[in-house]
Design a protein around this ligand. Structure first.
Ligand SMILES: *Cc1c(COP(=O)(O)O)cnc(C)c1O
Length: 396
């Protein structure tokens, strides 16, 4: 590795999988441990007053297990600074307060993740930050929602949930920057393996690492990644001042998940593609929604900015809400539940479950909609499971 300058780690220009496995941690010099220990410690011995070892003072400010995860997250997103939080929403709240102040404005997706909408609407708004919704798939609508001089953030999710709308990150970054605003991309649905928002012009990447990054439905966490030192300083200050950090065990689980992200995502995509092809031909299915389909309105943009089209699939069932509910209740391999991105397949009815809170608003989702988080089980079993569940929806 001699061609690398001493301060550049050997993985800095390595491939995605190499960075996901090696970035952020060198085998422990005292033991050679290949995997970072779970540093279950709140405080650190100082070598004389202020004589910190490696900068560690108190675990809200920094903890070595969290440092390993934060380095790896920065490396896989093509950023320079990563920050790990107790949840995706904790990351979002810290970001908003680090970058905005009362009297400012944010543009948010009109179909934002429900918890993100609630955070802006019920928490940040009380604190004085106003927001307006816009469809992220419509660049002109986002531009029109910007209030020159007031808008500080343009917030984008792509793909969106549960209708899998696509926002053009490069175009939206230009629109935000023209107005002196920052572009924030929630990259939870795509994961860094499929989509690299910073390279497309985004200023901040947000993750619920609870989903694909963790990948095993065993930990709740969130992350922010940037590549600007000034933004990083503000976030670091607020991460410590607000204190919503990832604990060492949560950081360790998330780092463990991240190492296999690439192979998991490829299988999520393989299985999703097979299921999409099968559902397209199914007599009980009204419509299949997947950005990989050429007739999806965001297909062209998704093909440009995503490596593949992901593991989330939505479809509308013939026979309305009753049929959609029957399908959700009859699967066995697909577990009925909220969340997404784990190795196990999940099925849910957005209208009654994840999106129940937007019923009766502009954000309401179709009652016959079913959302799948396609896992990495044997795809034949997934297809057969959907078939037997859909037979309940077929008119007799
Ligand atoms: C789950 C999710 C969040 C919130 O993350 P938590 O870890 O549940 O706090 C934010 N954005 C998206 C797209 C999500 O799916």
């Amino acid at each position: 590795m001699s061609e690398h300058p001493a301060q550049q780690p050997y993985w800095s220009d390595a491939g995605f999988e190499t960075r996901a496995i090696h970035a952020g941690y060198e085998p422990d010099p005292s033991t050679g441990a290949v995997i970072p220990p779970i540093y279950a410690t709140s405080t650190y011995k100082q070598d004389g007053v202020g004589g910190l070892r490696g900068g560690y003072e108190y675990s809200r400010s920094a903890n070595p297990t969290r440092t390993a995860l934060e380095g790896a997250l920065a490396a896989v997103e093509g950023g320079t600074h990563g920050f790990a939080f107790a949840s995706g929403l904790a990351a979002e709240d810290t970001l908003v307060r680090a970058l905005c102040g009362p009297g400012q404005h944010a543009v948010i997706p009109d179909d934002a993740y429900g918890g993100t909408f609630r955070l802006f609407d019920k928490v940040e708004q009380v604190w004085g930050l106003v927001h307006s919704p816009a469809a992220v798939s419509d660049v002109d609508a986002v531009r029109a929602a910007i209030r020159p001089g007031e808008t500080r953030l343009v917030w984008v999710e792509t793909p969106t949930n549960p209708l899998l709308g696509i926002g053009d990150i490069e175009a939206l970054a230009a629109v935000a920057h023209d107005a002196g605003a920052l572009l924030v991309v929630d990259n939870t649905f795509a994961s860094p393996y499929l989509q690299q928002p910073l390279a497309l012009g985004a200023d901040v990447v947000v993750h619920s690492t609870t989903k694909y990054v963790g990948g095993h439905s065993d930990v709740v966490g969130g992350a922010l990644v940037v590549r600007d030192d000034d933004l990083a300083d503000r976030i670091r200050f607020h991460q410590n001042a607000m204190g919503a950090v990832a604990g060492p065990f949560d950081a360790w689980l998330t780092l463990r998940g991240l190492k296999t992200l690439a192979v998991r995502m490829d299988r999520h995509c393989d299985n999703a593609e097979r299921i999409v092809a099968h559902l397209l031909d199914h007599p009980a299915v009204e419509q299949v929604i997947y950005p990989g389909l050429p007739d999806h309105p965001g297909h062209e943009v998704a093909a440009r900015q995503m490596k593949r089209f992901g593991g989330m699939v939505s479809f509308r069932v013939k026979g309305g809400e009753a049929a959609a509910l029957a399908v959700c209740e009859r699967t066995h391999v697909f577990t009925l539940g909220e969340s997404l991105g784990g190795v196990e397949s999940l099925i849910e009815h957005p209208g009654r479950m994840t999106h129940a809170s937007v019923a009766g608003t502009d954000l309401e989702v179709p009652a016959d909609l079913v959302r799948l988080s396609v896992g990495i089980e044997s795809v034949e079993d997934l297809v057969a499971d959907l078939d037997q569940a859909l037979s309940a929806a077929l008119p007799r």
